[in-house]
Design a protein around this ligand. Structure first.
Ligand code: WT7
Length: 652
């Protein structure tokens, strides 16, 4: 590997936040030394640690074998039998959790529902019988295209109960995306709703589904939840109302004994080609890591009220709204709508109303809150919060500090959790009572996870040098394959770096062993021979007081190879001007060095993002290079953002 294939690192973040004595007093892992001891204990045989955690679950037939590893195909606890819905529900009914709230649901219009564990169990059993009654059997695939309403986790758990494999398709996806996913999974059933509320509007899900169904020949039946009451077309013999099927369904449904490696769900994630890429996750290993990480990273206690703002259409919602928290018997808040509706303080209102203790959200949401200003959270009593989390993108240190001070009142640890749809559960994260925090770093791999930063040959790079983030040993919640395409699974993840799973992310490890994610490798910018990750330059921009968000991309440059173009949104009512532009360029040079100086700064009202909130640098790169966007835009959240950017381009 030649020198300039490494990624040059520029950012030096020095601040350190130790867990408070108050937090440590009740934390499961209450000190750095306790964490070190645990790490040492399990370093040599992480599988034995995971096996011990797996034994804490309820098994129908206990396993003897822990791991069968035929690279890159793993089987965890392969000779055991288990049922996830039994672990998330039945297990709690013989304890004081029987009448504890499992789900506190709030609709966007302000309507609410509470489901205790017993009630949730009843609904799941009844819907599991509905599934059986309409001909769904173990191994069938079921597409679920629902808004964030309780029927969504009920449907997932009912599938898990009978051994059907669910494929949840985010409610914001188009008919075309739904169709492709139905076809790829060969789904036999689709579960949808008449609609759902988002930003004050009723989104017509069934109407979208009808378009998708025209091209989804494998789908034989459709179950429709009534949510908005909007009129929908029901095709006789194919379409059935949820509430009508449920009326006569029995609430007795024993959990099906399933192999540990039984496919639990498929979740589609964006690939570079047009073909949807379905990450396949299985049962026991997934649940083991989901349960352990939820308990330890969120330090989740019996009396906590926990809120993860993700949509269940993403893996974050699968693992940290449904399977992780419910297997721990937690009380979960679930919110249907948009975070800024009807006003920018909806989240703070919900935290105050439910006295939420643990709050897990995304950097994109935090940066949006920053943009709207402190006055919104200040209207609310947020004193119930004791722990905060983030996931999805690198969090800029400045945004981290805002979250820590304004939301956490400087008393809540922040767990910056790195993971992927493919990893199934959190991989790199602080343990809140034990890990001293550095803003912007996801800190270190969890005990039992072996990750490193390496060069192209798989050799670890020295501290503070950028490289490729890899995982070197199989982990329980890893995807088992890409659904229907094991070759693509091998090629995509296991053949780029010898002997390891390649995450697609660039990262560096500092001298203390802290991991800093530098951005996706595909987004690396090459300036005068230096390969620069996007995260550091963006964080430098965001550290300037008036900046809310920034995205940087490379554009061909005759002299330097590539030049840096920065797209910047400003806080509150700040107006862009040429002086600010100059100041920002100087600021970047000062904070991280002249090599990272943007050759151009473009101010914009908003950045193009995926529906899960990730900045789409690919589109900005096209825009900066050719002045227009020709590539695939189907995952774009808000099309008008792109239209505006293109119009601005034409004016210049
Ligand atoms: C990619 C995975 C994991 C659930 C949501 C996203 C980026 C994720 C972090 C973090 C820096 C992060 C990575 C990763 N990412 N968490 N804490 N710090 N980057 O799932 O859509 O599969 O995306 O998100 O680039 O590879 P996903």
């Amino acid at each position: 590997m030649t020198e300039n294939e490494n990624i040059t690192t520029l950012l030096k973040e020095k601040r350190l936040f130790k867990p408070s004595a108050l937090f440590q007093k009740t934390a499961y892992l209450p000190s750095f030394s306790a964490l070190q001891t645990l790490r040492k204990k399990i370093l040599k045989k992480p599988e034995l640690f995971w096996a011990a955690e797996a034994r804490k679950l309820k098994w129908i037939k206990p396993f003897k074998k822990v791991l069968v590893w035929n690279p890159p195909f793993a089987q965890w606890f392969p000779d055991g039998k288990i049922n996830i819905s039994e672990n998330c529900l039945d297990r709690h009914l013989i304890t004081a959790r029987k009448n504890k709230a499992a789900i506190l649901w709030e609709g966007e219009p302000g309507d609410t529902r509470t489901l205790t564990y017993q009630e949730l169990h009843r609904e799941v059993c009844r819907f599991a019988n509905v599934l059986k009654n309409i001909g769904i059997v173990k191994g069938d695939r079921v597409s679920i295209y629902l808004p964030m309403i309780p029927e969504l986790p009920i449907a997932m758990l009912a599938c898990a109960r009978i051994g059907a494999t669910h494929s949840v398709i985010f409610g914001g996806f188009s008919a075309e995306a739904l169709k492709e996913r139905n076809v790829d999974a060969q789904a036999k059933l689709l579960i949808t709703a008449d609609g759902g509320y988002r930003k004050g509007q009723a989104i017509p899900l069934k109407a979208n589904a009808d378009i998708a169904l025209a091209g989804s020949p494998s789908v034989e039946k459709v179950v429709v939840v009534r949510r908005t009451g909007a009129p929908v077309a029901m095709l006789s013999g194919r379409d059935f109302w949820w509430h009508e099927l449920m009326r006569s369904a029995s609430s007795v449904c024993p959990p099906e004994p399933l192999d540990s490696e039984h496919p639990l769900f498929i979740l589609y994630t964006s690939g570079s080609t047009g073909k949807p890429k379905g990450a396949l996750h299985t049962t026991a290993g997934y649940l083991t890591q989901a349960a352990w990480t939820t308990r330890m990273i969120f330090d989740l206690k019996e009396e906590d009220t926990y809120w993860c703002t993700a949509d269940i259409g993403w893996v974050t919602g699968h693992t940290y709204i449904v399977y992780g928290p419910l297997s721990n018997g937690a009380t979960v808040v679930m919110y249907e709508g948009a975070p800024l509706h009807p006003q920018p303080d909806r989240c703070w209102e919900i935290i105050e109303k439910y006295r939420i203790n643990v709050f897990y959200t995304a950097p994109t949401a935090i940066r949006t809150f920053i943009k709207f200003g402190e006055e919104w959270p200040k209207k609310h009593d947020l004193s119930s919060l004791r722990l905060l989390g983030t996931v999805g993108e690198p969090i800029n240190p400045q945004a981290w500090l805002w979250y820590h001070q304004v939301i956490g009142k400087s008393k809540c640890p922040i767990v910056d959790t790195w993971w992927q749809t493919e990893t199934g559960a959190i991989m790199i994260s602080p343990l809140p009572g034990a890990t001293p925090l550095k803003p912007g770093s996801a800190t270190a791999p969890l005990p039992g996870i072996q990750a490193d930063v390496v060069d192209k040959t798989g050799k670890p790079v020295p501290p503070d040098q950028g490289g490729y983030l890899v995982i070197q040993k199989p982990w329980p919640a890893m995807l088992r394959t890409i659904y229907g395409d094991p070759e693509r699974f091998k090629k995509q993840y296991w053949s780029q770096i010898p002997g390891a799973y390649f995450t697609g992310d660039g990262a560096r490890k500092d001298k203390d062993g802290y991991f800093w994610i530098m951005g996706r490798i595909d987004d690396v910018i090459k300036v005068s021979g230096h390969r620069l990750g996007t995260a550091e330059i963006e964080s430098a921009l965001v550290s300037y007081p008036q900046v809310a968000e920034a995205a940087v991309v490379g554009r061909p440059d005759e002299v330097t190879g590539e030049g840096i173009v920065a797209f910047v949104t400003l806080q509150g009512r700040t107006q862009p001007d040429p002086i600010l532009r100059e100041k920002l360029i100087e600021h970047v040079a000062k904070v991280i060095g002249a090599v990272a100086k943007p050759s151009e700064i473009r101010f914009t009202d908003a950045l193009p993002k995926t529906r899960s909130g990730k900045i789409m640098r690919r589109l900005l790169r096209e825009l900066a290079t050719s002045g227009q966007v020709k590539g695939d835009v189907t995952t774009l959240e808000d099309f008008s953002v792109l239209t505006k950017l293109q119009a601005a381009e034409e004016e210049e």
